[in-house]
Design a protein around this ligand. Structure first.
Ligand code: NAD
Ligand code: DAU
Length: 375
């Protein structure tokens, strides 16, 4: 029996990780610890909430006393730490909350784990889920005059489309720009420090943009699907030229499973889809897919595109090289983007109640406040 603490399990990625572990490992006890902030939603886990190997605990990772009690109460062997404030725009408005949760919260968990494990690291693991945003931003380069996207070859030998010649590798120097990425970089440094100073068996992964079911509709893809459904404006930051590398969330959850069990202690792995999209092109794919599935004529919702003031410090391009993970642990994305985006749009259209429960009330007010100046 292993007792695994998953933090942030009521959020977007966390709920997929909890579901995977609860179903795949009946011999483990999965303890999902979540504060249930605006982003935490137990409706994301309805299908597994009564499983015998699953326990939900509502708690704040910053509450160190509570964390020490929980490690003892459940005799935790492994931690998969996802709890965080995760939205860049919110971090620009309210950096303190990001420092508190992402930095102090991670430190509080590390210290509680250290106290409980008391130097006996055998069979123990502290796995921190981080982001590619810690590496900063890449350029949209144009090698040999070829207009991006152009075909490039990763060191794995795999061909894919890219918007620049550079990529984020595990060796890339940290260079965070937003309060969100600064807080995640800081928490990564604390995790490494606990390995280097005390010998704690830690692992860190840095992943690219996730998409799929249960993502909070402040993030680009669910926000735009919902706005198209309601024929509301689609606020495109700047010129829509920023590039992101998209990975289906269940592929991220599978990578977490593989790395939690087989990853090398003290190591770092990049997780990404080799799937770069310029925002405006991605947005057109979303519009096309939603219109098709709603039975609207092609191009019906293109007029909703509204160019708004750019995000402050908006990173131009993220592109992950996940060759190391593919080579060393045999993981690779299972879904092609076309299939993933189709599944995702269908899920949001089929689960309008899930969305409407979130977008009514408080969030509606926040959204109007957030975007009223820009639109
Ligand atoms: P999310 O915002 O959907 O979920 C975060 C969860 O953490 C929520 O359930 C929330 O209630 C919980 N939480 C927040 N503060 C807490 C606290 N003080 N104590 C306990 N629980 C708290 O986030 P997500 O998109 O699922 O991201 C999960 C993790 O993965 C984060 O650490 C994020 O930095 C990282 N990540 C996300 C992406 C992405 O594309 N979404 C990519 C790479 C890495
Ligand atoms: O790269 C990993 C990161 O991806 C994670 O660490 C973050 O937690 C996650 O939120 C995500 O960050 P982004 O800022 O890239 O995601 P977001 O969905 O907010 O924005 C995606 C792109 O779309 C970005 O270039 C900003 C742009 N955008 C976003 C919103 C919400 C718009 O143009 N309009 C919008 O309304």
């Amino acid at each position: 029996m292993k007792n695994i603490l998953i933090t942030g399990g009521a959020g977007f990625i966390g709920s997929h990780v909890v579901r995977l572990f609860v179903k795949k490992y009946p011999e483990y006890h999965i303890i999902n610890l979540d504060k249930l902030t605006y982003a935490g939603n137990l409706a994301n886990l309805k299908d597994i909430e009564n499983e015998p190997n699953y326990t939900f605990v509502k708690a704040d990772i910053c509450d160190y006393e509570r964390m020490t009690e929980l490690f003892q109460q459940y005799d935790i062997d492994g931690v998969i730490h996802l709890a965080a404030e995760s939205h860049v725009d919110r971090s620009i408005k309210d950096p303190f909350t990001f420092a508190r949760t992402n930095v102090m919260g991670t430190l509080s968990l590390l210290q509680a784990a250290k106290l409980h494990w008391n130097g006996d690291w055998n069979g123990k693991r502290f796995y921190h889920i981080s982001t590619d945003e810690v590496y900063g931003a890449l350029e949209l380069t144009n090698p040999e005059g070829i207009e991006p996207p152009f075909t490039t070859t990763a060191s794995s030998g795999e061909h894919h489309l890219a918007y620049g010649a550079d990529f984020f590798y595990e060796t890339t120097k940290y260079d965070p720009h937003s309060p969100y990425s600064a807080s995640k970089a800081s928490s990564d440094h604390f995790v490494r420090a606990y390995h280097d100073t005390y010998g704690m068996p830690t692992i860190i992964t840095n992943c690219s943009n996730n998409y799929g079911p249960y993502q909070f509709p402040e993030k680009l893809i669910p926000l735009f699907i919902n706005n198209i459904r309601q024929q509301k404006p689609l606020p495109v930051y700047g010129k829509g030229e920023n590039v992101r590398d998209w990975l289906y969330v269940e592929d991220h959850a599978r990578a977490i499973d593989v790395i939690f069990h087989n990853g090398k202690v003290a190591d770092t792995y990049n997780i990404g889809g080799f799937n770069e999209w310029k925002n405006i092109d991605l947005i057109k794919v979303i519009i096309k897919t939603v219109d098709r599935l709603l039975g609207n004529p092609e191009g019906h919702s293109l007029g909703l595109i509204t160019y708004v003031t750019d995000r402050a410090g908006h990173d131009l391009r993220y592109a992950i090289d996940s060759t190391k993970l593919q080579r060393e642990l045999g993981w690779e994305p299972s879904l092609q983007f076309e299939e993933g985006i189709e599944k995702t749009v269908r899920w949001y259209l089929d689960n309008q109640e899930w969305m409407d429960n979130i977008t009514s009330g408080e969030y509606e007010k926040y959204y109007e406040e957030m975007y009223k100046v820009q639109i």
